[in-house]
Design a protein. Structure first.
Length: 469
């Protein structure tokens, strides 16, 4: 038995490679499928099944392309209705894999087709569950994403999830290993642990949603409390996972077109493409194309693209560090943004050498901001999440979370200078680029964010532990 978790930190997503006696099962693969094919070839093994735990909302799975390339069938649980050929398994159905067995446990609640796959060893003993978005480490899947498709309220879906956990998962032995689809940082849950593998027994102790004495009503209230609106790209990713999509090779070929500054500028004007700059924030601050949007590869790149650009059909032109162009196109495709039209050959330096118009962001160190605020009393905007802000923030700062920046546009001064910060400097530059693209240029970014501001001695509120909120 060989089980490998293939974890992608940017998406906080776990795909799984399971091999036994030359037969392989892949669970929830990423969009780019070459690594799975290469791994199976190296193992002298054949991909036999591609299991999908549900129709994912936060990323585009590689199931369609992987099935085409490998010849392996796609397997969904009950209630799934994809637009392509797939095995729609029954609850309890078993799939042999070498000396192992994979058993279908239908666990609706996150979505109505959500399914957990139970792996049994050669002796028929329960070894591990691949729980998708049904059970995370420290949390469970949010029950509000499938309301429209299921024609149910989030409370009704939460009730389904309660039943699934208590009838299908909690009766399993404590030593069963839990392999979830996501970890901390994913928008599919609200309280996930940083670990990506655990035992079910430990989850029964640690996970609030698995308390043995928890009533159905308590579960529904706790699971639905504090849910933020899902990112706008989520329904579009569900649609792609359900209906199919363009092969990744074609997406890469189109997106990897090198464009001169003149051709880049002409294409931007002709197509209305978003100019996406993925360099480090410090480079963007010093110089960038006017009206370009910064979302750096070094942070949670793909989820921020999904949340802030939202429309997966939006044409995109790239400014990327040299050698990172294909990686950028690949990472965009993971969340369904397939319309990358090319990149600026030679990067921003080529744009400068061509004498093209450029812009900068005013950025000051926290010590200087502290000195200025003491005298000019200019407003401060904190673009961290509400939970971060509530836990601790600069006194008198206003919270305008980056996730929902569009809803706060009217709050930013049109003429008066204001300061903008996040935790460490990544998100505030994203916010600054969006504001400048909307014509708001009277901003000052605080280098180093809240951490630097606190260290400088600026007055902050008393700390409140987030777990008590």
């Amino acid at each position: 038995m060989n089980i490998e978790q293939i974890y992608t930190g940017c998406l906080a997503q776990g795909a799984y490679y399971i091999e036994s006696n030359g037969e392989v099962a892949i669970i929830d693969p990423l969009r780019e499928v070459a690594p799975y094919l290469q791994r199976a070839k190296a193992d002298k093994a054949k991909i036999k099944y591609i299991f999908e735990t549900h129709f994912h909302a936060d990323f585009v799975s590689g199931h369609v392309t992987l099935s085409k390339e490998s010849g392996a069938p796609i397997v969904f649980g009950p209630n799934a209705e994809p637009a392509f050929d797939a095995i729609i398994a029954e609850d309890g159905q078993e799939f042999p894999l070498g000396a192992l067995t994979i058993k279908v446990l239908h666990t609706p609640g996150h979505t109505m087709e959500s399914t957990t796959y139970l792996l049994q060893d050669k002796d028929g003993k329960d070894h591990a569950i691949f729980s998708g978005d049904t059970l995370f480490l420290g949390d469970v899947g949010r029950p509000d994403l499938a309301q429209k498709a299921a024609n149910m309220t989030q409370e009704e879906l939460a009730g389904k999830l309660f039943d699934s956990l208590r009838t299908k998962i909690m009766p399993l032995a404590d030593e069963v290993i839990v392999y979830p689809a996501h970890g901390a940082g994913s928008a599919c849950g609200k309280n996930m642990m940083k670990e990506t593998v655990d035992t079910l027994g430990n989850q029964k102790k640690m996970n609030y949603a698995l308390r043995a004495d928890m009533t159905r009503e308590e579960f529904i209230n706790e699971v639905t409390e504090g849910l933020l609106p899902p990112p706008k790209y989520f329904p579009l990713n569900v649609q792609m996972n359900k209906e199919g999509y363009e092969d990744i090779d074609k997406v890469l070929e189109r997106g990897s077109s090198a464009l001169s500054p003149e051709a880049f500028e002409a294409m931007a004007n002709d197509t209305g493409a978003v100019i996406l700059d993925v360099r480090h924030q410090d480079e963007f601050v010093k110089g960038h194309l006017p009206r370009s949007i910064f979302i750096g590869l070094g942070g949670s790149f793909a989820p921020w693209v999904g949340a802030l650009i939202a429309d997966v059909k939006q044409p995109i032109l790239l400014i990327a560090p040299e050698g990172k162009e294909e990686e950028t196109v690949t990472r965009l495709s993971r969340v369904g943004f397939d319309q990358t039209l090319g990149y600026l050959e030679g990067g921003f330096e080529a744009w400068k050498k061509a004498g093209k118009e450029m812009d900068t962001i005013t950025s000051l160190q926290a010590e200087e901001v502290k000195r200025r605020v003491a005298s000019d009393k200019k407003p401060i905007f904190d673009v961290r999440k509400e939970s971060e802000y509530t836990a601790e923030h600069v006194v008198d700062a206003e919270n305008t979370p980056l996730d929902f920046l569009n809803e706060h546009m009217a709050e930013f001064p049109q003429e008066e200078t204001f300061y903008l910060h996040c935790a460490g400097g990544y998100r505030s530059v994203i916010a600054a680029s969006i504001l400048k693209s909307r014509g708001i240029h009277n901003l000052v970014d605080v280098a180093g964010g809240f951490a630097a501001m606190k260290q400088s001695g600026m007055a902050v509120t008393d700390y409140v532990c987030p777990t008590t909120l």
